[in-house]
Design a binder for this molecule. Structure first.
Ligand SMILES: Cc1cc2nc3c(=O)[nH]c(=O)nc-3n(C[C@H](O)[C@H](O)[C@H](O)COP(=O)(O)O)c2cc1C
Length: 283
């Protein structure tokens, strides 16, 4: 399927893997890029080889490296993306100077407008249903039309997307692409702790909560959506780190067990290519 996103980015599917801080891997991004989507890695993780297809690197503003490092990273991928901070022309220029497209994940139409004014080539509209780091305060169904009306650049829809029906409905509503995170957390390619995976498989949307508790002891500025059970345990242990449970940790359920409302649709362990096939079967 062709959209403004597929033309701009140069991929076959209007689909972006979410940046998954802590647990996202080169292998996961490579699987999505190979199958026609835009595979993303968090900054610090090696992006997949360019021959596999377009890929991108996501930067979290509270933990940014220097502009030179951003420009160098931008030289190795199709897209650099920023999140959790006001759109900033100097960051966009750093991305462009490395010849990448620049994307900004936003939580409001006004922020989308600011991202376009700062020079971004595309924006990601994040509904409050999203897992992990959440910028938005409104549902995706409210945010998507408002963002499409506010900006001229392609808009990617994200937050709580877990089925092919939902993917198809968002594209029909005007989204240029969809972005999915939580549905990939049980993939063998993802570095999620098996106990976290079990908890995700057992959970539904109502088992998730937005919380300000995981704030890296005052360094992290925004809410995160996690499994309520992990919030309860983290409160008992005093853990406030934004790091989700990777395979290596000892007390996974006391950590930020990120999950979007789409956790309802995460019901089995599947390779990333199979998850993408499921999600894209109406495209
Ligand atoms: C485990 C996890 C880690 C995340 N880490 C990041 C991150 O480092 N940077 C970022 O821009 N977004 C991050 N997000 C948010 C995603 O980019 C995206 O908005 C979200 O996954 C969409 O909702 P969904 O999980 O329901 O698909 C994370 C989400 C999850 C589930």
């Amino acid at each position: 399927m062709d959209t403004r996103f597929t033309h701009l980015v140069g991929c076959r599917l209007p689909f972006q893997l979410a940046v998954l801080g802590g647990v996202g891997t080169t292998e996961l991004a490579a699987a999505v890029s190979t199958k026609g989507g835009l595979g993303m890695v968090p900054y610090g993780v090696e992006p997949p080889a360019t021959e596999l297809g377009p890929s991108g690197i996501g930067f979290l503003i509270p933990y940014l490296p220097s502009l030179d490092v951003i420009a160098e990273a931008a030289g190795r991928v199709r897209v650099v993306e920023f999140f959790e901070g006001d759109p900033d022309e100097s960051l966009v220029r750093a991305g462009h100077s490395g010849d990448a497209l620049v994307s900004w994940q936003v939580g409001s139409a006004d922020e989308g407008r600011a991202a376009e004014a700062a020079g971004c080539d595309l924006v990601v509209a994040q509904g409050v249903e999203a897992g992990g780091h959440v910028r938005g305060k409104v549902s995706l169904d409210e945010l998507l039309p408002a963002t499409l009306a506010a900006v001229g650049v392609p808009v990617v829809a994200t937050g709580g997307v877990g089925t092919a029906e939902r993917v198809g409905a968002l594209i029909a509503a005007g989204a240029d692409a969809v972005r999915v995170g939580t549905r990939f957390l049980a993939c063998p390619e993802c570095n999620t702790h098996p106990v976290y995976v079990e908890a995700l498989l057992a959970a539904g949307a109502s088992d998730t909560v937005l919380s300000d508790d995981f704030d890296d002891d005052g360094h992290w500025p925004a809410a995160v959506r996690v499994l309520a059970s992990s919030l309860a345990r983290a409160r008992r242990t005093g853990n406030r780190s934004t790091m989700p449970p990777t395979r290596e940790v000892e007390d996974p359920l006391a950590m930020a067990c990120y999950a979007g409302t789409s956790v309802t649709d995460l019901t089995r362990i599947q390779p990333a290519a199979a998850v993408l096939r499921d999600l894209a079967n109406r495209l």
